[in-house]
Design a protein around this ligand. Structure first.
Ligand code: GLA
Ligand code: ZN
Length: 671
């Protein structure tokens, strides 16, 4: 397999928008900034294939040669995200139908049906043309298929394929009726032909959850097929080069664990909102590292400056792009790629930041900041590539559960999966305790602590595996609206939380869901050692009967005042914590503090609040990333044997890290 020889630095470049002279100038600027890789031609299909089967590759070949003459590699994009207008016109089946039943017309990107035969045929033919031309080009570093897949389609082709998909899964209409409990509202079918795609034409806002969930699985499968349609062709020509696609930062729409099984390397586009909590970007990075069980991943896009599509497009503050890019490296990325290299002169994204701005030269703040990074990353060479994160905390993250929680009619419209996960993740992130994101069926045994926030739907034998894990000495922390349903969104009967009742040692009789202005308080039971006596809690309130569990906190108000809302249960050699409401962050932080103490979890290097610290290891080296997110300098006490990974200068003892600054420190480990 291809060995990545450097941290890739560069990003999307759209030379099809520029003349020769500008392109020549760009080469100079790329060299100045130490760019080592560009992604192109993401939107070049219409230029490469002006009419069906007629190809014009000369311009692209010239640019790829020019890049290589300047020592720059290419992550070659099959530009299949935006089919040419002639194709939509000639083969209208290529265009998607939306959830409202509207047949879309040509004009937008990612505006094609994943299941369209014609689309797949033409996309594979284009991939073949590209691969046959560039397979042996020395600049080629890998393939980037399409761009941010994920348009839902409800066209007749998808309708027919969905029926086939259901038939394969459920065999008979009776099997389907049973699995989905279609006796509800008399929806039974007697032939698969009677099954419609879930659109706004046949359903209202209370979409029938199992149909929706299967539609989302079906869409994931369709996208996988669509990706593989090109993957197969590309691999035939370049079996050793990585083939991937860049996933959108908005990650709910496809089961990315499933999709990523089919990619050689995970790629994602990181666009944090300017004012969001920094733990969210960290969580997303960790999710990406989790998608291939800890394998390092690529950040394929991030913005070198403000975006154009946010309501307020805040400039990136001095040092911010470096801090965000290095946060990626800190969590497991092997690239720092940006959208985009040169800012477009027109079009929707003309005001989207770029390394080369409309000014067109290098005398800009952003160009200087990019150049500094380019120089630094060049000095890292390939030493960091493939380094792994070691973690004793695992967090189970499941797309099917995400869909199920948010498709659910009740108990509260405010319940969203990602914010719940983020709260529990944040408590450990702020303490710099590394967290691995785990697939629902991954082995739990190597972890000291497993987090399963809001794990409403328990798939497969997860419930049993959690029991075994705790019995053998593991610690579990789970939270409200967990363990309630199994696959196909069927409630586990016999008392909540069915799937976790035994291990948690509780029975939840009912769950109250109050509007935001009616929140409650949780009072800590004396002697539990929590810093505060009481905390706010909101949204959901389980009415818990302990069945062996110890009560940590009780409600202060409502008719269930005095009933438990947080518990811990000794089970086998381990213990299982439960939080039956949505507490304020400081409670979760205090709980995390207690659990870290019990389980002996510590950060790679102790650091003050607001300073992020992670570690990645290769066979013979450890890399420490220390990121000061604060507005003021921070003191960090460094262990012996560390040196700046860029300059080799030793760094140990008490050191001051400037506001917003990042250190990447390296330590050689004894063989
Ligand atoms: C996405 C796309 C890019 C570009 C950027 C702008 O991630 O993949 O083509 O539109 O957003 O932020
Ligand atoms: Zn379709």
């Amino acid at each position: 397999m291809y060995k990545q020889k450097m941290i890739y630095f560069g990003g999307d470049y759209n030379p099809e928008q520029w003349d020769e002279e500008t392109i020549r100038k760009d080469m100079e600027l790329f060299k100045k900034a130490h760019v080592n890789l560009v992604v192109l031609p993401v939107f070049g299909w219409a230029k490469l294939e002006p009419e069906e089967g007629v190809y014009d590759f000369d311009w692209l070949c010239r640019i790829v040669d020019m890049l290589w003459e300047n020592g720059i590699r290419v992550l070659m994009a099959t530009p299949t995200t935006a089919q040419p207008a002639w194709m939509s016109k000639k083969y209208p089946e290529v265009l998607p139908v939306d959830i409202k039943g509207r047949k879309r017309t040509h004009g937008m990107r990612v505006f094609f049906c994943h299941n369209s035969k014609k689309y797949r045929e033409r996309a594979a033919a284009l991939a073949e043309e590209m691969a046959s031309r560039f397979a042996s080009h020395p600049a080629l570093a890998g393939w980037h298929v399409a761009n941010e897949y994920g348009t839902y389609c409800y066209c007749p082709t998808c309708q027919a394929k969905f029926r086939e998909w259901l038939k394969k899964k459920y065999k008979t209409p009776e099997g389907l009726n049973e699995a989905w409990n279609l006796a509800f509202w008399g929806r039974q079918i007697y032939s698969f032909e009677e099954m419609e795609l879930p659109t706004e034409l046949n359903d209202d806002y209370r979409f029938y959850p199992p149909i929706q969930q299967d539609y989302l699985k079906f869409t994931t499968d369709s996208v996988i097929e669509c990706f593989e349609n090109e993957y197969r062709v590309l691999k035939k020509y370049t079996p050793d080069l990585p083939v991937m696609t860049n996933m959108s930062g908005y990650i709910k729409k496809l089961d990315q664990f499933e999709l990523c099984k089919h990619l050689d390397v995970v790629g994602w586009d990181n666009y944090p909102w300017p004012f969001e909590d920094r733990s969210l970007a960290a969580l997303k990075h960790d999710i990406m590292r989790g998608l291939k069980q800890g394998q390092s991943y690529w950040v394929t896009e991030q913005s070198p400056n403000q975006q154009n599509w946010q309501p307020y497009n805040v400039l990136k503050r001095p040092g911010e792009i470096r801090r965000l890019a290095y946060q990626g490296l800190a969590h497991g990325a092997d690239t720092a790629l940006f959208f985009q290299m040169r800012q477009s002169a027109a079009g929707q994204e003309k005001f989207h930041g770029a390394m080369i701005s409309h000014a067109g030269h290098e005398n800009t703040r952003i160009f200087r900041e990019m150049t500094r990074m380019g120089e630094e990353l060049e000095k890292l060479g390939d030493r960091l590539v493939g380094a792994r994160t070691r973690s004793k905390v695992g967090l189970i993250f499941d797309w099917h559960n995400w869909w199920a929680v948010e498709l659910c009619s009740g108990p509260s419209k405010d319940l969203q999966y990602l914010p719940q996960v983020q709260k529990y993740y944040k408590a450990f992130y702020e303490k710099n305790i590394p967290v691995d994101i785990l697939r629902y069926d991954q082995d739990l045994s190597g972890y000291d602590l497993i987090l399963t926030p809001c794990l409403y739907q328990m798939r497969g034998d997860l419930g049993e595996r959690i029991k075994t894990y705790v019995k053998n000495g593991g610690t579990l922390l789970t939270s409200v609206f967990s363990g309630i349903a199994r696959e196909n969104d069927r409630v586990i009967l016999g008392g909540y939380p069915g799937g976790l009742r035994e291990v948690l040692g509780i029975w939840i009789e009912e769950t109250d869901a109050l509007p935001p202005h009616m929140n409650n308080r949780m009072r800590m039971v004396k002697g539990t050692g929590f810093p505060e006596e009481a905390y706010d809690c909101s949204m959901l309130y389980d009415l818990i009967h302990p069945e062996g569990a110890e009560t940590l906190a009780v409600y202060e108000r409502e008719f269930y005042a005095g009933m438990p809302c947080a518990t811990v249960n000794a089970y086998g050699k381990g213990k299982a914590y439960y939080v039956g409401t949505d507490p304020e962050q400081s409670f979760i932080d205090a709980l995390a503090e207690r659990i870290c103490g019990e389980a002996g979890l510590c950060p790679p290097i102790p650091a003050p609040e607001g300073v992020e610290c992670t570690r990645r290891d290769t066979k013979d080296r450890s890399f420490y990333f220390i990121i000061n997110h604060r507005q003021d300098p921070a003191k960090v006490s460094l262990p012996e044997g560390l040196a700046c990974a860029f300059t080799g200068e030793p760094r140990q003892g008490e050191q001051e890290l400037a506001a917003g600054d990042v250190w990447i420190l390296e330590k050689k480990n004894q063989e």
